[in-house]
Write a protein that binds this ligand. Structure first.
Ligand SMILES: Nc1nc2c(c(=O)[nH]1)N[C@H]1C(S)=C(S)[C@@H](COP(=O)(O)OP(=O)(O)OC[C@H]3O[C@@H](n4cnc5c(N)ncnc54)[C@H](O)[C@@H]3O)O[C@H]1N2
Ligand code: MOO
Length: 433
């Protein structure tokens, strides 16, 4: 925060509030900026996974599996018809054809889900059957109804079929004991569907982290009312709350904060008492209204790093005490956007025991020239395309502001350089999807 004027008494925190901790500017000069890769490594080495618990499949959505999960059953669990038609003994149909149909006697019907003992099919007999129904004993093939004609109890078959025709054999898709999920995989709706299909009502996962979001800034106004002088509409709270909700973090505490020392110190202490992860936005730079680095030190947190050689998001802060973590994200909405996908994702993956924590970087080629920063990496929002050989082609969306980044489907990492990076340059990137 680099506000030049105090707009009123209530906003002059520097002069009105009781000093709860001294501002020690040496803090800001004693620490060196680190590289992106080093920052990611420091999350890896400083965060351990939370405890695990067994939860219902509903509650498992978005969580990370704590153990390998194996199928409890064969799939299909019994031999079943793949078509609506007739179950037959294949050999009974001989050389049946349109011109010379073969007639069998209909002796019953099996619908999907029909319970009880099924009658044995003898020579010359057939049973009406429906998709997903059990194959009665004695039958070894199914003929779809389009290839038959039925008249009372007689069914005429206009084609012959080989044994096993249109039958899904027991265990053909999957055997009991097959590994469905590996420990450390994050579960989305696809995994939940497969787990249920294979007989699991519950699954052991790393518990959902308790998260507090501290949105700071006197100038932040909620959309829906006119802006006052010096105010801007809030980007960070709706973005981060939505980003987290989209990923299955349903119980995030959210606190809006004034740029006041006492307010920051109190909110941080309360958040640490109630959370595994505290995410703050704003107030981590070097201005007189940026209280987070000082409040963190005053509370006895260990500052693991502060400031990363990147744009946007330079004054990123990572501090911790015991198992609780503070991710202090600079207030600039573009920095919040990038930090969520790069660092918050990494922190959450580590807290939840993910075996391959994000972001997953790949290689690609720039489709257009990109401006670089001389000393910092630039995170550049790009639209993703593939050339004729399947190589990822990255088309920059224009800048690193939130209103440019939100159109991107990938973020490329542009290394520091004095000049522009020309089209065709090989860069690393990760997907936003
Ligand atoms: N003298 C220096 N000043 C600054 C430096 C520096 O190295 N030396 N770094 C700059 C960089 S880089 C960044 S990034 C910012 C980060 O500052 P803060 O984390 O203290 O963030 P704020 O000042 O609170 O906010 C920055 C910017 O973003 C707007 N903002 C904040 N919150 C929201 C929100 N919820 N919705 C929409 N917009 C928001 C805020 O109004 C500011 O314009 O520091 C630089 N300064
Ligand atoms: O590092 Mo800051 O997010 O403005 O570029």
């Amino acid at each position: 925060m680099s506000r030049k004027h105090c707009a009123g008494r209530a906003r002059c925190a520097e002069f009105s509030g009781r000093a709860v901790f001294p501002i020690d500017s040496s803090l800001h000069f004693g620490r060196s900026m680190i590289d992106v890769a080093h920052a990611l490594d420091l999350f890896d080495s400083n965060i351990s996974a939370l405890a695990t618990r067994t939860v219902s499949l509903d509650a498992a959505l978005g969580r990370v599996a704590a153990k390998d999960v194996l199928s409890k059953i064969d799939l299909p669990p019994f031999s079943q018809s793949a078509m609506d038609g007739y179950a037959v003994r294949a050999e009974d149909l001989g050389d049946a054809s349109e011109q010379a149909p073969v007639c069998l006697t209909r002796v019953g019907e099996v619908a999907a889900g029909a319970a009880g003992e099924l009658a044995h099919i003898g020579k010359g007999e057939t049973v009406r059957i429906f998709t997903g129904a059990r194959i009665p004993p004695g039958a070894d093939a199914v003929v779809r109804q389009e290839d038959t004609m039925s008249q009372g109890g007689a069914v005429y078959f206009k084609t012959s079929v080989p044994p096993a025709h249109d039958i899904r054999g027991r265990g053909e898709e999957l055997r009991e004991g097959t590994r469905l999920i590996a420990a450390g995989e994050r579960l989305d709706a696809r995994h939940i569907g497969v787990l249920s299909m294979c007989g699991h009502a519950e699954v052991e996962v790393y518990r959902e982290p308790r998260i507090t979001l501290l949105i700071s800034g006197d100038e932040i106004a909620s959309a829906g009312r006119p802006l006052g002088p010096g105010e801007v509409y809030d980007a960070n709270r709706p973005f981060l709350a939505g980003w987290l909700r989209m990923r299955g973090y349903a119980n995030v505490r959210i606190v809006a904060l004034a740029d006041e020392r006492e307010a920051v110190a109190t909110a941080l202490a309360e958040a640490f008492a109630a959370s595994d992860l505290v995410i703050s936005t704003g107030g981590v730079s070097v201005g007189e209204y940026d209280f987070f680095t000082h409040a963190a030190e005053a509370m006895g947190l260990e500052t693991v790093f502060w400031r990363v050689r990147q744009r946007p998001g330079k004054p990123l802060l990572f501090a911790r005490r015991d198992e609780c973590i503070l991710l202090g994200i600079p207030g600039n909405p573009g920095a919040v956007f990038v930090s969520a996908y790069v660092y918050l994702r990494r922190v959450l993956d580590r807290l939840e025991g993910r075996s391959e924590p994000g972001p997953r970087m790949r290689g690609g080629v720039l489709g257009e020239a990109v401006g670089c920063c001389a000393r910092r990496v630039t995170w550049c929002g790009c639209q993703l395309d593939y050339d004729g050989r399947g190589v990822a082609r990255l088309l920059p969306v224009g800048g690193h502001k939130m209103t440019q980044l939100y159109r991107a489907d990938a973020i490329a990492l542009i290394p520091p350089a004095e000049a522009q990076l020309p089209p065709g340059s090989v860069v690393r990137w990760f997907s936003l999807h």
